[in-house]
Design a protein around this ligand. Structure first.
Ligand SMILES: Cc1cc2nc3c(=O)[nH]c(=O)nc-3n(C[C@H](O)[C@H](O)[C@H](O)COP(=O)(O)OP(=O)(O)OC[C@H]3O[C@@H](n4cnc5c(N)ncnc54)[C@H](O)[C@@H]3O)c2cc1C
Length: 406
């Protein structure tokens, strides 16, 4: 039996984020976006709501919610603005849930607990100036020295680069394997902003997610103790991919929220704007765009809910999460383009939110696996060229139930 109902707890978290967003964010987001300003004061508010440790167990400082709740939060946040959902993706999805699954008890106490409480903000540093999709092309190195590593390299296009305290970083710890592009030479590390040799900056030429912070950081022989190696040396590639299973999930749910925002804005405008003596909503070609938004919204939502259901049950979901991310982000680009179209020239102005949606949606078609990478992955699954092997550490299940909420 499949149950499509949300639980009371799900409805409660959805409602509380929606009410908070309508009160605290919606009235100001246009100005923050126009001013290219990341408002740090939003972080303690998100912490207060339990969002920053959403699916982290209570014993590690989190709110102990299930993964469906993480999806619902992501959807609600991106309904407001992509910049808010990005915080969930890098802090809660890519970083915290990786430490929960792969971190030592000491790392969980030192890093996960303060992060889940929102006392420290965390992100994920994989991409470099010369390598994004091609992870094996990264150049950062970690040279062993006594009981520590010296990390050197530059990470680029990193969300919250200039805001975060802690960074999950992947670098080559085996230089011979680097030459051979053998990913078992990559290792994951926790790097603190305060470590000597670390510096960061903000990318100011970015044209979307303007209320967010995206930047770069440089590591100049940053000393990282052995105790900050996540997993085992050589597991960096697997950990980076594991992290993406959680990050992509929040991106999928977030893009679903953006489609809903496009649909709602388009419905409101189509009933207010008149041409040829009728509301534009009466024109079949306008209806077609709105119908497409509705079908994209519903399909995207079902896909991320299925991935969340698998996560709750402790089952492998790389394939389903990837499909949800690919479908929802591509659909969000279609929805945002059509939302601008429904608004005509007004859609081309910042007076209406749809232009912001249009700028914001594109990032998610690029990060956490580009549209093309996901397309190839999905084809390879179907063709039998790609099979997910078990990982040494799993995301802990949260709900042993077979119910799948709506
Ligand atoms: C707003 C924003 C925030 C980001 N935040 C983070 C973050 O927090 N942390 C982080 O580590 N990274 C982050 N990124 C980086 C992002 O993950 C990379 O941009 C992404 O992985 C793509 O890499 P690339 O830009 O180097 O493009 P490339 O890999 O150079 O790709 C360029 C083009 O070639 C295509 N292509 C490449 N390889 C193939 C192939 N095998 N088959 C078919 N087509 C291919 C791609 O699809 C793309 O169209 C962010 C990016 C953006 C825009």
């Amino acid at each position: 039996m499949i149950n499509f109902d949300l639980t009371e707890e799900h409805r409660l978290i959805e409602q509380s984020v929606r009410e908070w967003g309508a009160r605290e964010i919606a009235p100001r987001i246009r100005e923050l976006d126009r001013e290219h300003r990341f408002d740090r004061n939003i972080l303690p508010q998100m912490a207060e709501l339990g969002l920053l440790g959403c699916s982290v167990p209570v014993e590690y400082g989190g709110a102990g919610m299930d993964y469906i709740s993480l999806g619902l939060v992501s959807e609600e946040l991106e309904y407001l603005d992509t910049s808010l959902r990005v915080i969930m993706s890098v802090h809660a999805g890519l970083n915290c849930l990786t430490l929960l699954s792969w971190g030592t008890e000491d790392q969980r106490q030192r890093y996960l607990v303060p992060q889940a409480r929102g006392e420290k903000i965390a992100t994920y540093g994989l991409t470099e100036p010369a390598a994004g999709s091609d992870v094996r092309g990264i150049q950062s190195v970690a040279v062993r020295k006594g009981d520590r590593y010296l990390l050197s390299g530059e990470k680029m296009w990193i969300s919250l680069a200039d805001v975060a305290d802690n960074f999950l970083v992947v670098a080559w710890s085996d230089l011979e394997k680097k030459k051979q592009r053998d990913p078992s030479g990559l290792t994951a590390f926790i790097v603190e902003r305060g470590f000597k040799g670390f510096s960061s900056g903000t990318l100011t030429q970015k044209w979307g997610i303007l209320a967010g912070n995206t930047g770069y950081f440089t590591m100049d022989e940053v000393e990282v103790p052995d105790a900050n190696v996540v997993g085992r040396p050589g597991e960096g590639f697997k950990i980076a991919m594991f992290a993406l299973d959680q990050g992509r999930y929040t991106v999928a749910a977030g893009a679903t929220g953006l489609i809903r925002a496009c649909r709602d804005a388009s419905v409101a405008y189509a009933k207010e704007r008149r041409t040829f003596g009728v509301e534009i909503a009466q024109h079949q070609l306008v209806k077609e765009m709105i119908a497409q938004m509705e079908s994209d919204y519903q399909a995207s939502r079902l896909l991320w809910l299925r991935a969340g259901f698998l996560k709750n049950s402790g089952r492998r979901n790389t394939r389903e999460t990837g499909l949800a991310k690919w479908f929802a982000t591509v659909a969000s680009e279609r929805a945002a383009g059509d939302a601008v179209q429904v608004h005509g020239a007004n859609g081309y102005s910042d007076e209406y939110p749809v232009g912001r949606f249009y700028r914001n949606c594109k990032g998610a078609v690029i990060y956490e696996g580009t549209r093309e990478i996901h397309k190839v992955m999905q084809a390879d699954y179907v063709l039998g060229y790609r099979v997910d092997r078990p990982t040494r550490c799993d995301l802990p299940a949260t709900a042993p139930s077979a119910d799948m909420p709506r």
